[in-house]
Ligand binder design. Sequence first.
Ligand SMILES: Nc1ncnc2c1ncn2[C@@H]1O[C@H](COP(=O)(O)OP(=O)(O)OP(=O)(O)O)[C@@H](O)[C@H]1O
Ligand SMILES: NC(=O)c1ccc[n+]([C@@H]2O[C@H](COP(=O)(O)O)[C@@H](O)[C@H]2O)c1
Length: 249
Amino acid sequence: MTPPNIVLLACGAYNPPTNMHLRMFEIARDHLQRLGYHNVIGGIVSPVHDSYGKKELVSATHRCEMLRLALQDSSWLRLSDWECHQEGWTRTRLVLQYHQNHLNSILNSNNESPNKRQRRDDFLWIPDDVKFCSGGPVQVKLLCGADLLESFGIPGLWKDDDIDTIVGQHGLVVITREGNNPNKFIYESDLLTKYQNNINIVTEWIINEVSSTKVRRALRRSESVKYLLQESVIDYIRKHGLYGTKDKG
Ligand SMILES: Nc1ncnc2c1ncn2[C@@H]1O[C@H](COP(=O)(O)OP(=O)(O)OP(=O)(O)O)[C@@H](O)[C@H]1O
Ligand SMILES: NC(=O)c1ccc[n+]([C@@H]2O[C@H](COP(=O)(O)O)[C@@H](O)[C@H]2O)c1
């Protein structure tokens, strides 16, 4: 069977997007390549809908704009605002399925289709040299930090069925994070242990405990966030007075 082309998808609030949100993709792809997966063809960042209602969440318009700026120098990552444009919050399983179906439908689309050009454009973000290396279908895997994996254990937050599909059919790439122990968490879950082969744990040795919460706190207190976020994102935040930067110059 032809191996699938892997696309990594990360979801979150990105309130605001930090350099760690970008670095996650780089270390995940490196890790997979070292394991022999040379077919990681792209990465998608999918910010959550406004109605998710997380504390201090600024509008999706601002979060998407900040992500667009943060990603502008990346050749293989792109923003998807699909989630933000839905009627309400979308479960992550459905986000993964939407993107996987969408990318495969482009791959399989008839060359003569009237939408051919637009459909091709949907794939332009994937660099030519890595495009469709395996010739197989696209598999969209969930890329997340270990805290998101451990949130699978919070009663009522994730449907068992969704976890089954996310891990069993898509696969997980988990970046370690201070204070979490993904191996132990997997060991303690029968479901995750069953699908262990579909979970890649990437150890981040260069521990970087930046989080959007800490960045918002620093901004509110007029402390510097230089080198934690892209310069263009910092400029955007100040220009729009986000996170309490209003009137602080
Ligand atoms: N320092 C980090 N190390 C590993 N994973 C991270 C790190 N920061 C964010 N992530 C991951 O990035 C994804 C998106 O996270 P999110 O936007 O919720 O960021 P966050 O910094 O954790 O946000 P907040 O502090 O507002 O809760 C999640 O999978 C999260 O685990
Ligand atoms: N049941 C689900 O699909 C489910 C539950 C909780 C969080 N999530 C997603 O995880 C991401 C991160 O959420 P938190 O920042 O609340 O950890 C968001 O994109 C959110 O949509 C999905």
